[in-house]
Ligand binder design. Structure first.
Ligand code: GCO
Ligand code: MG
Length: 413
């Protein structure tokens, strides 16, 4: 079974996605997600110029060999662009293998370890009142675990807060936007003040616990904006509210920063959505500095590499909490769900829910019921790409926002 063709499909049904489609000599197709939010065309070009020519004629069955060939063979290792390109090839080959076997992918990954994957949804509000409405809305939608983000008094739009939620409607938060100036697309700029944030967030969690009780699993994303000692302060202040996790408290590339947080608090920590290999977690896992790995399949070298990371993490009691924002396409989401069902050390799965327009292009078979996600039992990943529909949505340049402190200094967003 040889790889006969490889196509890179860029489409923008509501937001930009890059998808790799491989077709074998027996006519089996496989899909892989190669989307890196705000830098999409770099991955599309890496695939088209440097990977597709190497794939044609290769044996589609040899997934591990192809992974090593692209990773070691490039000499230049790691990085979000390289690893997203390798991930797309890897996931497409797993899709093909599972379709050839006539099985849903999770069967090839060891079979089902659970009935479904506990999902968390994103509740947010610019005020605590709006946040409460959003939490109720999410509970009505069936979520059993909730991420909580709010506006900060004195600041305008901040990370993680949707502006357009209405009762009964799905959550719609898409940070990749653009401001058009002089005919150019530029990132939107937001304003940030860590001191105000640190004062406000514990009061929000106190209010949420008082309103919704002690049982509801609550999560929060710090989005890399604190220094180690600020993060330690927040983790300590949030202890009474028993978070499921505090995510990305500090910029993740400084692995030793987490030692300081750990020294001061028992709030569980999650990190890793911007990491791209298992090596990025080495200190964090072996020193037991985190509780959850946040990688996404398309950003961490695909199923082959993520499975390796998850097995390694499991040896240290660290569980999964895969990244699942809407910039991970339905193909990447389905890949995560097959792993979620199969691996032993599953923790939780982020689920932001794609828009109806996105789901017109990507036809999924995964389900969400009683707070649990399931990848479905169609052979392969269970996602089809409607190429005619995809062609209707042209790429639109969009960027993630840039954050500035009150004095204008660029800060982590
Ligand atoms: C999350 C993430 C996202 C990222 C987004 C960037 O926890 O879901 O932090 O909201 O900001 O994926 O592209
Ligand atoms: Mg995050």
């Amino acid at each position: 079974m040889r790889i006969e063709s490889a196509e890179v499909i860029v489409t923008s049904p509501g937001r930009n996605f890059v998808t790799l489609k491989l077709t074998t000599s027996d006519g089996i197709t496989g899909l892989g997600d190669a989307t890196v939010n705000g830098r999409e065309l770099a991955v599309a070009s890496y695939l088209t110029e440097h990977v597709v020519p190497l794939l044609l004629g290769r044996d589609a069955a040899n997934i591990e060999d192809t992974w090593q060939y692209l990773y070691r063979g490039a000499y230049w290792r790691r990085g979000p662009v390289t690893m997203a390109a390798i991930a797309a090839v890897d996931v497409a080959l797993w899709d093909i293998k599972a379709k050839a076997a006539g099985m849903p992918l999770y069967q090839l990954l060891g079979g089902a370890s659970r009935r479904g994957a506990l999902a968390y949804g994103h509740a947010s509000g610019s005020t605590v009142e709006a946040l409460f409405d959003s939490i109720r809305n999410h509970l009505d939608l069936g979520f059993r675990a909730i991420r909580v983000q709010t506006g900060v008094p004195g600041l305008g739009q901040v990370y993680g807060v949707a502006t357009d939620q209405r009762p009964g409607e799905r959550y719609d938060y898409e940070p990749a936007r653009r401001s058009v100036a002089d005919g150019r697309s530029l990132p939107v700029e937001e304003t940030w003040d860590t001191a105000a944030y640190l004062r406000h967030i514990p009061t929000v969690f106190e209010a949420v616990r008082n309103e919704f009780g002690p049982d509801l699993p609550l999560l929060h994303d710090g989005h890399h904006r604190m220094t180690p000692i600020e993060a330690a302060r927040l983790a300590k202040d949030l202890e009474p509210y028993r978070l499921f996790w505090l995510e990305d408290a500090t910029p993740g590339e400084d692995q030793t920063a987490l030692r300081l947080i750990r020294r001061h608090s028992t709030t569980p920590l999650a990190i890793g959505e911007v990491f791209n290999t298992a090596f990025d977690y080495q200190t964090l896992i072996t020193e037991r500095l985190i509780d959850y790995v946040r990688s996404a399949v398309p950003h961490t070298g695909g199923i082959t590499h993520l499975k390796r990371l998850v097995e390694f993490a499991g040896l240290y009691g660290v569980r999964t909490g895969f990244h699942g924002p809407t910039d991970v396409s339905p193909v990447g989401m389905a890949a995560a769900l097959h792993l979620d069902i199969a691996v032993h050390n599953f923790g939780i799965q982020e689920y932001m829910q794609h828009s109806a327009t996105t789901l017109e292009v990507f036809r999924t078979s995964y389900t969400f019921a009683d707070g649990l996600l399931h990848p479905g039992d169609n052979p392969g990943l269970g996602v089809d790409l409607d190429e005619e529909a995809a062609a209707r949505f042209e790429y639109i340049p969009a960027y993630l926002p840039v954050n500035r402190r009150l004095d204008g200094t660029v800060h982590d967003w």
